[in-house]
Design a protein around this ligand. Structure first.
Ligand SMILES: Nc1ncnc2c1ncn2[C@@H]1O[C@H](COP(=O)(O)OP(=O)(O)OP(=O)(O)O)[C@@H](O)[C@H]1O
Ligand SMILES: [Mg+2]
Length: 246
């Protein structure tokens, strides 16, 4: 299987080279664990390699997302101007001033009003085809899944969405919110349905909070399964692939 470099320092060593190409990878984490950082770091790295990345925001306005990432040493605006980073605002949060998002406006509106996966997929597909997108990040999928009250419908819609993203030929990162602490937790539906799962944990160890990453699953490839420490720095998330937490 061909690999796509993640752009997360140290993570590719755990993956044996990178994410499997054309798959949907879920990044599951608690509040502030670095889900948005992970998603944008993945796209930004791709952009540096010349691959166009599409970021779909479901909870926050794109401007706010960019503002929150200013502490990193990334030229997001520059990449956006070059057309290597594209943003779709599916947050439902609109600005009074229209036309502040040239990509979305060129696809028909100043934002996407998303009520389900099918509608979002239509917009994503148009942009992927029109702009030759290689990498997608959707952050976070949680609010969209909550639109489906009935579990069977939610399951079917989520599988169909993941499969359609895979069919687009892009390699996708989907973030998901973890509402319980690591140990003794229930698995979330989307963890079963995605092609791969990366967990971002906050662990309490010897009186300290330790940030740790674990590859829970990655269909089709062999990978490290241990819990490894990570930290934030100016370049984003860095994983220490040979260190152990416990
Ligand atoms: N330059 C930096 N240096 C060190 N840590 C940083 C830096 N920038 C951000 N952080 C850390 O990253 C965390 C936020 O990361 P991020 O927004 O990616 O998390 P998230 O999981 O998406 O959060 P949320 O659940 O709110 O969506 C901050 O809480 C902070 O601890
Ligand atoms: Mg976030």
């Amino acid at each position: 299987m061909d690999r796509v470099p993640s752009g997360i320092k140290g993570l590719d060593e755990l993956l044996g080279g990178g994410f499997p190409e054309g798959r949907c990878i879920l990044v599951v984490g608690s509040p502030g664990s670095g889900k948005t950082t992970f998603a944008l770091q993945y796209l930004y790295h791709g952009a540096m390699l010349g691959e166009t990345g599409l970021y779909v925001t479901l909870d926050e306005h794109p401007d706010l997302v960019k503002k929150n990432l200013q502490s990193y040493d990334w030229d997001i605006d520059g990449m956006e101007k070059k057309g290597k980073l594209l943003f779709i605002d599916a947050s439902g949060i609109r600005r009074a001033r229209s036309g502040d998002n040239s990509l979305v406006s060129s696809y028909g509106s100043s934002g996407v009003d998303v009520t389900d996966f099918t509608e979002l997929l239509k917009t994503i597909s148009k942009v992927v085809e029109g702009e030759n997108v290689h990498r997608i990040a959707l952050d976070p999928v949680t609010s969209l899944m909550l639109r489906y009250v009935e579990e069977l419908k939610r399951r079917r819609a989520t599988v169909a969405f993941f499969d359609a993203l895979a069919d687009s030929g892009c390699t996708s990162i989907i973030t998901s919110e973890l509402k319980t602490s690591l140990m003794d937790r229930r698995f979330q539906l989307e963890e079963f349905l995605s092609h791969g799962v990366v967990l971002l944990h906050s662990l309490f160890h010897e009186g300290n909070i330790v940030r740790a990453v674990q590859i829970e699953k990655m269909r089709g490839i062999s990978h490290d399964t241990q819990i490894r420490p990570y930290q934030f720095g100016v370049t984003g998330i860095e994983v220490f692939p040979r260190d152990k937490v416990f």
